[in-house]
Design a protein around this ligand. Structure first.
Ligand SMILES: Cc1cc2nc3c(=O)[nH]c(=O)nc-3n(C[C@H](O)[C@H](O)[C@H](O)COP(=O)(O)O)c2cc1C
Length: 157
């Protein structure tokens, strides 16, 4: 049985390097998910994660147990799990989308000034997933020094 599971969480930012954390998470996720036919999308902004996992029920539930216990985030809130006929994110072992205007606008319309995935419910989840499906996949810059980012006052994440 195929399912889609969605959750939100808050990043643990105790002095760690955000870009390195994201790179590590995506490397682990893509490697494991490829081997276990799991697909999905991860969005990160404003210290919050949203992730959608698709795959066989047992495989998704098993990896979700591990993800819940991961110390790189906390306050994991399970939003929804439901049976699906087809995978929407089959092109990606884990698509990554970084902060983007359409999604900021989507949350503004929900009355949220920041990216606050914990406010998503059964009703708002489907259009949000649609936004993530059509969004461009983002690459995490390699070898970018923290200093460079901070000096420019730019933090796209
Ligand atoms: C926000 C977030 C999303 C993650 N997504 C996945 C994922 O999709 N697939 C995966 O295998 N690991 C994912 N991980 C990493 C797992 O939590 C865990 O580190 C990994 O499965 C290795 O666990 P192990 O060392 O116990 O085998 C994610 C971690 C975080 C913090």
């Amino acid at each position: 049985m195929k399912i889609r599971l969605c959750y939100s969480s808050q990043r643990n930012d105790e002095g760690d390097d955000l870009l390195q954390d994201l790179r590590d998470i995506l490397t682990e996720a893509r490697d494991f998910n490829t081997r276990h036919q799991i697909y999905g999308v991860l969005y990160y902004a404003d210290n919050a994660f949203f992730q959608c996992l698709e795959g066989e029920k047992n495989a998704v539930e098993r990896i979700f147990e591990k993800i819940i216990a991961d110390s790189r985030h906390h306050s994991v809130k399970h939003i929804s799990s439901y049976v699906i006929e087809q995978f929407s994110f089959k092109k990606w072992s884990m698509k990554y989308v970084q902060r983007e205007t359409n999604i900021e606008y989507f949350f503004l319309q929900l009355g949220e000034n920041n990216f606050n995935p914990s406010c998503l419910n059964e009703q708002s989840l489907t259009p949000f997933l649609q936004e993530l499906l059509i969004a461009e996949q983002s690459k995490i810059p390699v070898g970018l020094k923290k200093v460079g980012m901070l000096n420019r006052g730019v933090n796209p994440f």
